[in-house]
Design a protein around this ligand. Sequence first.
Ligand SMILES: Nc1ncnc2c1ncn2[C@@H]1O[C@H](COP(=O)(O)OP(=O)(O)O)[C@@H](O)[C@H]1O
Ligand SMILES: [Mg+2]
Length: 156
Amino acid sequence: MSSDYKVSLPNEASMTAFGHAIAHASGGSGVIFLLGDLGMGKTTLSRGVLQGMGHKGSVKSPTYTLVEPYDVGEQRIYHFDLYRLSDPEELEYLGIRDYFDEAALCLVEWPNRGEGMLPVADMLLNIELDGYGRTVQWTPQTEKGQKMADRLVKAI
Ligand SMILES: Nc1ncnc2c1ncn2[C@@H]1O[C@H](COP(=O)(O)OP(=O)(O)O)[C@@H](O)[C@H]1O
Ligand SMILES: [Mg+2]
C-alpha cells in the first residue's frame, strides 16, 4: 500500500478544512490514528473532521476524559486522547471494545499509549512541523483505509 500521500497546511483554517475532507472521505466510519507531538494540531484536525461530519457544537480536547462521544444524526463518533493513559490496560475499564464498533468513526490521539488494546487503524495521519505550518501525511493500513486515502487524494 502506498504511503506517499502528503499535504502542506499553512494555518489552522486549512487544517480544519482538511479535516472536512477526511470526514467526507471516511464515508462515516473507521478507525483513524492521529500521530504527532504536542501542539502539532491533532485536536484541530479532529475538530475539522467532527465539523465535516456535521457536528455543530464545540470540540474540546478529551485530555482528561480520555474519550468524548458525539452523536451527529444517526452517526456515532468517538474522539480519544490517550495522552494521560498510564497503562493500556486501563482501556479495559473504559469498555474500549464497545467503542470500536464497525459503524462508528473513531479518532485517536496518542494511540501509542494504548498499544495492544486498540484495533488496527484504517488510516494513520502523521502531522509534522513545516515552518509555521504543518504537513500531514496519511497512510492507509486496511482496504477500507485505502479507499479513504484515494478519495482524499481526489478531494485536495
Ligand atoms: N496547519 C497548521 N498550521 C499552523 N498552526 C496550526 C495548524 N494546525 C493547528 N495549528 C495550531 O497548533 C496549535 C495546537 O493545536 P492542537 O490541535 O491543540 O494540537 P495537538 O492536539 O496535536 O496537541 C493550535 O494553536 C492550532 O491553532
Ligand atoms: Mg490534542
